[in-house]
Design a protein. Structure first.
Ligand SMILES: [Zn+2]
Ligand SMILES: [Zn+2]
Length: 103
């Protein structure tokens, strides 16, 4: 594993927001590239909109947890954030990304 290789990946995820105001939205996300942290791990930023459903959408911009090691040279990240307020409510999004190789 070298720094160059470690930086050249991102993660995808398919999840749902929390249920608020009697609905949830699909959240299909692709993160930005890896950003090395001072602790020697890396994080990803992501900025997008949840699916436009029930007459509105929500914006979000968040940073992931540091890398969580997995077997076979893969890792994932945890996400935990709130969307913007739209239509008088917001949603919570949490969960793990799809695994990506470390290099
Ligand atoms: Zn909503
Ligand atoms: Zn990563």
């Amino acid at each position: 594993m070298n720094n160059q290789g470690f930086l050249s990946h991102n993660h995808g995820s398919v999840t749902h927001t929390s249920c608020d105001d009697n609905h949830s939205h699909q959240c299909l996300d692709i993160t930005g590239p890896a950003v090395v942290t001072v602790e020697g791990s890396h994080i990803h930023y992501s900025e997008s909109f949840v699916m436009y459903e029930y007459g509105h959408t929500h914006y979000y911009k968040s940073a992931s947890s540091p890398a969580i090691p997995l077997p076979n040279g893969y890792h994932t990240h945890n996400w935990d954030f709130y969307t913007s307020y739209d239509a008088a409510h917001r949603h919570h999004v949490s969960g793990l990304d799809m695994p990506a190789p470390n290099s």
